[in-house]
Design a protein around this ligand. Structure first.
Ligand code: KG4
Ligand code: ZN
Length: 361
């Protein structure tokens, strides 16, 4: 039986001022297979992927800008958007080549529309619009955070709803109750720095380079005399986090003793971060009687964090889910997965889709 690819009934209806797409066919017969092109450009990675049925990665290409930004010790927004512009179609072509597909073979185009850097997001959105328009495919705007929440689905282990999601990245630290696709309640978040941002800032003050997370983790592993810092949490009974005080504590320690070992500072910092993340997450899970915790975001690439969550999860009888390391940091596959579920619900975006740098869940 031929596949019921959703098609645009009349292109004129899909006009610039039309928020709701006029695509009419229902795409969600369960036996069918759909391929979504996912585009992610919210920060400094140009990511494009092709994902089948929201679970099988056909290709996942990420062009990193680390070399460009490392000499500045952090992402320079203007350079990031220029680099996305230079690379986006090269990355799209490479993803198609690796998947052995053409744009006419895809069923929808999913793209991050926030949160993130406005100039960077716009490059992805405009590329997605052009592809969707030329090839008459539905355009699906995706919240970057939904990508991180559902990236674990690409590993074949599917947590049942409801689950608690801990998103820890360069821009976010959020504890989110996920009751279904699109059904989110934010339980806790950072009041200042995001976890990844704190890793990057500590790395910068220790002259370790950018991005800081992997460098801090590496030094922490070889520490012989880890320093004890206080746990990075709000002590007001809320489930919020605060990491800026911890970063200042690392700086004060360094200033007080110029010969202090960076390995020990990194280990102490990382221990305090892990204690905060673990204790708050487990406390929320206990309060809401949740037995599944899903981790997502670049900081989950940290093997010590992954290990500590697995250990504690076993002790508490909580199942811990997380994506493999390349799927923790920003990539197009996670956007294709989140986009796939919106595609099934026909939650298409019109061509007025715009960047929303402060988008929340
Ligand atoms: O999710 P992501 O790629 O981008 C954002 O959405 O922000 O996360 C990037 C962040 C950076 O702050 C980076 O330092 C951090 O993830 N990160 C790590 C590790 N690898 C990347 N943090 C701690 N340990 C790591 N191994
Ligand atoms: Zn991210």
């Amino acid at each position: 039986m031929p596949k019921k690819t959703p098609s645009v009934s009349s292109w004129d209806e899909f006009g610039m001022n039309n928020l709701k797409s006029p695509i009419v066919e229902t795409p969600c017969a369960s036996s069918e297979r759909f391929i979504i092109l996912g585009i992610e450009t919210s920060c400094d990675d140009t990511g494009v992927a092709l994902v089948k049925n929201g679970e099988k990665i056909l290709s996942n290409v990420v062009s990193s800008q680390i070399k460009i930004h490392s000499e500045y010790g952090g992402v320079v927004p203007e350079l990031a958007s220029r680099s996305h512009l230079e690379n986006i179609y090269i990355v799209v072509d490479e993803a198609l080549k690796q998947a052995k597909l053409l744009l006419k073979d895809i069923d929808g185009v999913a793209v991050t529309y926030g949160p993130g850097l406005v100039g960077s997001i716009l490059i992805g959105i405009e590329a997605a619009k052009a592809i969707a328009y030329v090839h008459k495919k539905p355009l699906i705007g995706v919240n970057h955070l939904e990508g991180h929440i559902f990236s674990t689905l690409l590993e074949g282990r599917k947590p049942e709803f409801p689950f608690l999601s801990l998103i820890v990245s360069g821009g976010h630290t959020e504890l989110v109750m996920v009751k279904g696709f699109g059904k989110y309640t934010i339980i806790g978040k950072t009041r200042d720095d995001a976890v990844g941002e704190a890793f990057d800032k500590v790395a910068k003050l220790l002259d370790l380079g950018y991005p800081g997370g992997p460098k801090v983790e590496k030094l922490a592993k070889i520490s012989e005399k880890r320093i004890k810092f206080p746990e990075a949490v709000m002590k007001d009974g809320s489930f919020d986090f605060s990491f800026s005080g911890l970063k200042t504590a690392v700086l004060s320690c360094k200033n007080a003793d110029k010969n202090i070992d960076s390995n020990d500072l990194c280990a102490g910092f990382q221990d305090a971060v892990i204690a905060a993340l673990l204790n708050k997450t487990i406390a929320v899970a206990a309060k809401y009687k949740i037995k599944r915790v899903v981790l997502g975001g670049g900081v989950v690439a940290n093997s010590t964090i992954r290990g500590e969550f697995i250990k504690r999860g076993k002790r508490e009888g909580i199942e811990i889910f997380f994506p493999s390391m390349p799927l923790c940091t920003d990539n197009g596959a996670m956007i294709a997965v989140a986009g796939y579920f919106k595609f099934l619900k026909k939650e298409y975006s019109g061509y007025v889709l715009n960047a929303d740098p402060g988008l929340s869940l």
